[in-house]
Design a binder for this molecule. Structure first.
Ligand code: 5GP
Length: 349
């Protein structure tokens, strides 16, 4: 047994220190990024925020709403769309705003093989391969196999939280490594297993490892307010993936529940018993559920939330004098705080 004594930080443990700035208005800030991916050689320009591949978040309606925004937001479609629905989507609506998501099971592989036999195959340009624990050899081997099979696709793979594993996944063919174990809003991994890593430190360490190999990282999980995205980008994240913050909107492809005049939507982790009952016929005996099910207030139109998120990031850039999102991490100094008191009063409801 060993104890690592270095302090590891979460979003809540820091604030971004303001800096002298020549920017007159947040309108001047460009929050798009441009990347050329290491393995696929493809380029991307856009606001680097990705909807998580979760039921109610990584939906085709989310991708459509993103397409309507026209600024390069993308959605990782959840893994449970059937083949026909996926093929139709790619054929009719294209690939610009979507990631094809898969796990490493034989069923996932068979579905991908079937997809590759359809005319939509030529549109498969972005693939998200993820498992709860990206540390297994099986996962790295699977990733190598997919890199050989899909040489021109941009592959995002995860999840891991440490530099050495980021390097390994990049060398196995990942263009982007997804970083985060345990920070998710409906995740119970830390409680159930005691395993995890504070997200801000995970981003800082993983981004450093990835950038050294011309790879990229996507911070996945733990953002609860727009300021958390600014902290993630400030820490070096190239992309940020959001679940809970994008859940509960008109894009959820879920029914809205009305109770006592208030509207709600059910949101659940993809390893929760709700998800396993829905998609895998129950929780297998050898595993415990590592996700929870919550009822969240219905938030209506997605556009309002997106405006808040973009506005928050722009404003953070203005506070530190970053003319573009690209400059944010260079201009970020985090200050450690013991407690963040944002306001004395709660929000008016
Ligand atoms: P959020 O933005 O809601 O904080 O985090 C979203 C992320 O939580 C997802 O992208 C995924 O990595 C993770 N996640 C989703 N469902 C589950 C689950 O059931 N268990 C665990 N451990 N993580 C989950």
């Amino acid at each position: 047994m060993r104890i690592e004594e270095d302090v590891k930080l979460d979003f809540k443990d820091v604030l971004i220190r303001p800096k002298r700035s020549t920017l007159a208005s947040r309108k001047e800030v460009d929050i798009k990024r441009e990347y050329k991916f290491k393995w696929s050689g493809k380029t991307y320009t856009g606001v680097p925020i990705i909807a998580a591949n979760m039921d109610g978040v990584g939906t085709m309606d989310m991708a459509r709403a993103f397409a309507a925004q026209g600024d390069g937001l993308t959605a990782a479609l959840h893994k449970h769309y059937d083949l026909d629905t996926l093929v139709k989507y790619y054929e009719n609506e294209g690939n610009a705003n979507v990631w094809y998501s898969m796990g490493v099971s034989s069923a996932d592989e068979e579905k991908l093989n079937a997809f590759l036999k359809t005319p939509a195959a030529t549109k498969l340009d972005k693939v998200c391969i993820d498992v709860a624990n990206g540390y297994s050899e099986v996962f790295a081997d699977f990733l190598k196999k997919m890199r050989d099979k899909l040489p021109e696709a941009t592959i995002m793979a995860g999840n891991v939280v440490t530099g050495e594993m980021v390097e390994e996944l990049i060398l196995c063919g990942a263009d982007i490594v997804k970083v985060g174990i345990g920070p998710g809003s409906v995740c119970t991994t830390r409680r159930m297993t005691g395993v995890g890593y504070p997200q801000l430190s995970a981003i800082i360490e993983c981004a450093d490892a990835a950038h050294g190999l011309s790879g990229l990282v996507c911070s996945d999980g733990g953002c609860t307010v727009p300021g958390d995205l600014s902290k993630a980008f400030g820490a070096g994240a190239d992309f940020v993936m959001l679940g809970g913050m994008l859940a509960g909107h008109d894009t959820a492809e879920a029914s809205v529940i009305e109770e006592n005049g208030k509207k709600y939507i059910t949101f659940y982790g993809m390893s929760s018993s709700t998800a396993m009952n829905k998609h895998s016929g129950g929780v297998a005996e050898y595993r415990a559920s590592e996700g929870k099910t919550v009822k969240i207030p219905y938030k209506g139109e997605l556009a309002h939330t997106l405006q808040d998120i973009r506005g928050g990031i722009r404003s953070a850039c203005t506070y530190v004098g970053a003319k573009s999102l690209k400059e944010l991490s260079k201009r970020t100094t985090f200050v450690r705080v013991t407690q963040q008191i944002n306001n004395v009063f709660g929000e008016a409801s």
